[in-house]
Design a protein around this ligand. Sequence first.
Ligand code: PLP
Length: 445
Amino acid sequence: MSNRHSATITARAGIAQDPAYGSVTPPLYLTSTYELKAFKQPGKYDYSRSNNPSRDLLGDALAELEGGAKGLVTSTGMSACLLALQLLTPQDTLVIPHDCYGGSYRLFVNLANRKQAFKVVIVNFQQNDWKALVQNAKPKMIWLETPSNPLLQITDVKAVCDFAKNLNALVVVDNTFLSPVLQQPLQLGADIVVHSTTKYLNGHSDIVGGALIAKDQAIGDELKWWANCLGVTGGAFDAHLTLRGIRTLLPRMKAHQENAALVVEFLQQQTLVAKTYYPGLKDHPGHAIAKAQQNGFGAMVSFDLAADEAYLPVFFSALRCFTLAQSLGGIESLICHPGSMTHASMDAAAQKTAGIGPTLIRLSVGIEDPRDLLADLAQAFAAVALAIEADGKPHSGNTAGSTTADAGTQVVATTAAAKHHDAGRQNAAEAEQSFRLNPALAAFW
Ligand SMILES: Cc1ncc(COP(=O)(O)O)c(C=O)c1O
């Protein structure tokens, strides 16, 4: 375990480590292969699928940041997840949370159901009986995502890890939403951390990448073998950019969080917001645990629009500062509709179980001037209010400060907003299809 502080590890990630010329910032090794010193005398590197100096610098920095023995850099966040799953066999059971990133859910469920790669048991860690459910499952591995995507639910990592030890189960934590500067799951007892480095770690929305950090050297070595065998290692250029991104991780996270706190305060005063999901709120069910296990509440915020889903297009198209897009964790503010975007790979029933409603909106709060962000949201809410009025419906949502949704106060859309939406909902299949933002992408869900 490194005794350097996160601000130092991040600011100096890859700095002054060039053995060839002493360059202060790290060189980028764009090479697929390496010359042998002589016949049967390979150097430290032989082929970039197995090892690459640019990738290794990133892996080492992440291992130091998370406090692990080994950091592996993968091509995407999903391939980091896939890599961790190599520790399972068809006889093993994987426990997954009922709410997690839709792509992770799709991977777990399809590998289990279509490939019989392992068995899956879904557990709601927010319920008091989670211990009994986990014990009954007899898991080899427990997967956690905290805060969860997109509802920002908090799981007590230490409690789960302590319990897992008795069951001889490994705990994997997806730490994408916070980054190691805000949460270090290995220090709470987890065995493996995975990241989509696409998000906060890189921070500039210009790569897709992933990482896996193992607490234990032997597990790290086994997974490094699998990473090479499967060919899921990340590209050198992406690693180089991510390493550059990491050097500003701390000030970025600080700025993200300051803006997020202002956005949350603003959302709570909106009559068109039925419920705000943010672990920094005192009435968030996971607030106390988040306070204890995190170094900050992060900058992901979700809320339910207190209006019929037919008004979503009005809201989204009015925005100028928040960009309607998948992903999160870049310096620019993004907004998304989890039901039809990030979590479209969960079917309607799974979304319902996870608590993802049709008017749930997720914000990745960026580092722009907060005045512009609040003004942008204000004018988008005003546009929705206007559309509702044009439909001749009074609108009412929560009272300022309340975070509790009242289904009875939801506004029902009629003509004006329905124009944007009502493409014909004759049967259940069509209704589900119309819930998806882009049916042309259906093959990827
Ligand atoms: C929490 C979480 N884990 C994993 C992933 C997958 O990462 P990637 O898109 O880099 O494959 C995502 C993507 O959004 C995510 O939000």
